[in-house]
Design a protein around this ligand. Structure first.
Ligand code: AHR
Length: 513
């Protein structure tokens, strides 16, 4: 919107009287696949490691993740789930078979992390469990048996097997995905074919009657035109959920690349994670902002086909995807993470908040050492990425109620033939009544003076944190892990109101009173 305000400043006008939807905490979810150095090195070092660990999990990484209040963790893939045999990952560690992780680098998969270790991790994080089964090379029987193993409180042989492996009580399974990217690497299926398969598998997917597991169908992905809603539309028109054939959510995947690839499947020439030109700063943010049109289109289809709102949308893979770092194994998807990634995360959170009525989960790809990671590790060292800091700053938005707002008088940031709004804003009220506002300045050169105004009583102060840096590609390294870290921020109202100065290329999250 480009109309100007009386005082010439951009104004963020909060509509606190008109409560929006509750922002499901799971929008801040994470994704952990058996890929590259995510588990082995990044998280799991084993009980006997010299690296301090908690039952095999790196203590430094664990403690950092606990500060993010990770609400849900999707596992074991991704594409990996389509070759995962759950029985390989149970029982004595030394007896577990070594397999080949065929897609992600063709490296050995030791199976040292399996079902029990995954649930130990989610319990240590206080997160919900989201397990994706193997529709690629598995069978409905394997899926049904895994479900029984995880969730049964009976004396069945599978429940007893779980007990003999050290777990008496069933694991709490909150979400269960059937298929992954079935439009692509999951089998290049048509929606019609997958829909029939989903109905079959979902009907065979049984959990005890008192366990409220949510069942998730593999849906569509970021695409042009009607293709973006094709899967959501077909599945919701052709599945009538009942207590046998369950459907609680449909997934949606979208990655942002600096250089657009017309949805072609390639891992090359996507753009670099650092040392990029300004036109890739704007193209990456512009790509991230497309999430809004994808969600709007899918929400419209869901409102038409499922007006009572039974089916949620889980954006269970999203984030930036760049060229792998030079010298790293290309199949490991290891990339640096800069201030640009923090802005991508923040503008995406602000979009998710606006669609909180349907978007019930989102899982950034991925947790450690893979794609847009929270944490990078090297031997016994680790660093927190700018994306980690954005997630931490936004913790107060988990479970808060979205407050609609208008941005008045905002200009565009223009670079060559591209233009995006210079300001992305969001607000929410927590359960305890605190009001939080986030402001993202996408302009890499110009600071913005923004007036934040409520509907009636004047706002008097803002206290919070600011994330910014001198360079667009500023990032943390193992030798300089504090190049990009949040600093505290405060501002008090004057006669002109509550005016916040938001530096160029920054993310600001404040509590306003
Ligand atoms: O996150 C990496 C991969 O991206 C996942 O395995 C797959 O689902 C997607 O294509």
């Amino acid at each position: 919107m480009s109309q100007s305000t009386e005082n010439g400043f951009t104004r963020v006008q909060l509509n606190t009287a008109d409560a929006g939807a509750v922002i499901n905490k799971n929008i801040y979810g994470q994704f952990a696949e058996h890929l590259g150095r995510l588990f082995y090195d990044g998280l799991w070092v084993g009980h006997d490691s010299d690296i301090p660990n908690t039952r095999g999990w790196r203590t430094d990484v664990l403690e950092a993740l606990q500060k993010l209040a990770v609400p849900v963790l999707r596992w074991p893939g991704g594409c990996f789930s389509d070759e995962y045999r759950w029985r390989d990952g149970i029982g004595a560690a030394e007896d577990r078979p070594v397999r080949v992780n065929t897609l992600w680098g063709g490296v050995e998969e030791s199976n040292q992390v399996g079902t029990h270790e995954y649930f130990d991790l989610v319990e240590l994080l206080g997160a919900e469990a989201y397990v994706n089964c193997n529709m690629g090379t598995g069978s409905p029987r394997e899926m049904a048996e895994w479900l029984e193993y995880m969730t049964s409180h009976s004396k069945s042989d599978l429940a007893e097997l779980r007990r003999s492996n050290g777990r008496d009580q069933p694991f709490r399974l909150h979400h269960f995905g059937i298929g992954n990217e079935t439009w692509g690497a999951g089998g290049f299926m048509r929606p019609e074919y997958y829909c029939d398969r989903y109905k079959h598998w979902s009907t065979m997917a049984r959990v005890p009657w008192d366990v409220p597991t949510k069942f998730v169908a593999s849906g569509g992905h970021g695409a042009d035109g009607e293709a973006v809603t094709e899967w959501t539309d077909y599945l919701t028109k052709n599945i009538q959920p009942n207590f046998l054939c369950k459907l609680d959510a449909i997934s949606f995947h979208y990655y942002s690349h600096p250089k657009k690839k017309d949805n072609s499947l390639t891992l090359e020439d996507l753009g670099k994670a650092t040392a990029f030109p300004e036109d890739e700063w704007i193209s990456t943010l512009q790509a991230a902002l497309k999430m809004e049109e994808f969600l709007a289109a899918n929400r419209a289809v869901l409102e038409e086909n499922d007006p009572e709102g039974h089916v949620g949308l889980y954006v269970d893979e999203w984030g930036t995807w760049y060229d792998s770092e030079e010298g790293s194994q290309p199949g490991f998807l290891y990339q640096q993470n800069s201030l640009r990634d923090a802005l991508v995360a923040a503008v995406t959170f602000n979009i998710f908040h606006r669609y909180a009525d349907r978007v019930q989960m989102a899982n950034i790809a991925q947790l450690v050492n893979v794609l847009q990671a929270m944490i990078l590790t090297e031997g016994d060292r680790m660093l927190l990425t700018p994306t980690y800091h954005a997630f931490r700053m936004y913790v107060p938005f988990q479970g808060a109620t979205h407050v609609p707002l208008f941005v008045v008088g905002s200009t565009d940031y223009v670079c060559e033939d591209r233009a995006i709004p210079a300001i992305s804003a969001s607000a929410a009220r927590t359960e305890t009544g605190e009001l939080f506002v986030s402001l993202v300045n996408t302009h890499p050169h110009l600071e913005q003076a923004i007036e934040v105004a409520g509907p009636d009583s004047p706002l008097t102060s803002a206290r919070g944190e600011l994330l910014t840096a001198e360079q667009m590609d500023a990032h943390n390294t193992f030798d300089q892990p504090a190049n990009v870290v949040p600093v505290s921020y405060e501002a008090d109202a004057t006669d002109a109101g509550l005016l916040l100065t938001v530096p160029a290329k920054s993310v600001l999250v404040v509590k306003v009173d």
